[in-house]
Write a protein that binds this ligand. Structure first.
Ligand SMILES: Cc1cc2nc3c(=O)[nH]c(=O)nc-3n(C[C@H](O)[C@H](O)[C@H](O)COP(=O)(O)O)c2cc1C
Length: 182
């Protein structure tokens, strides 16, 4: 069923689903779940995400690297809920992919070195002024970060026009595949 995830993602891409490249990743801020959209990337032969090591999510995910990742592709009416284990991206992967990032993403990554993502901006500060002072370079800053995603288990929900949706759960460790009440 893990293969089915990639087949479905290809179907969503072919259908130009605007969510085909995206996921929602959860983390825990104390006991409060936090969710955010990230680009779900093909990295180093697997799945991965890029984010700033200075961000709130980076700190939260470091503390609880097992979490849930969600995708929904409306073009094919399929939802996946993945139970995942995150492992820090190697410097090699970051060095390979960072140069291909859009210029503004690179500039922001450098800004985060001195002004972390999520910092409160003073009323008189502008993002343009902060970026101008950020001292961006053409190499990734130390805080450029992210995670490789190991899928532990997954649940696929295929919506049906008649409402009798198909819900399946697959555990990668045991290979157990179960049909669940939708
Ligand atoms: C379409 C879309 C794609 C995004 N992709 C990323 C991404 O790949 N990496 C990232 O760090 N933030 C991405 N974001 C921003 C995050 O959703 C989030 O606002 C930001 O990372 C701050 O999260 P945090 O405060 O939980 O650390 C994206 C947002 C949207 C709407």
């Amino acid at each position: 069923m893990i293969g089915q995830f990639f087949v479905d993602r290809e179907r969503a891409r072919a259908a130009e689903d605007p969510w085909a490249q995206l996921c929602v990743l959860a983390s825990l801020d104390g006991t409060c779940p936090r969710l955010r959209i990230l680009v779900l990337r093909d990295l180093a032969g697997g799945l991965g995400v890029f984010y700033s090591g200075h961000s709130s999510k980076a700190k939260q995910l470091e503390l609880t690297p097992q979490t849930e990742l969600l995708t929904y592709w409306d073009s094919i009416k399929v939802q996946y809920r993945l139970c995942v284990m995150l492992a820090p991206l190697s410097r090699e992967v970051i060095d390979t992919h960072w140069p291909r990032r859009p210029a503004i993403s690179k500039a922001l990554d450098w800004l985060y070195e001195t002004v972390p993502q999520g910092s409160v901006m003073d009323a008189e500060q502008s993002l343009d002024a902060l970026l101008a002072q950020s001292g961006a370079e053409e190499s990734p800053p130390p805080g450029a970060s992210g995670a490789m995603i190991e899928i532990v288990s997954l649940e696929r929900l295929q919506l049906q026009a008649d409402g009798k949706h198909l819900r399946e759960h697959f555990d990668l460790a045991t290979g157990a595949r179960k049909t669940l009440v939708p």
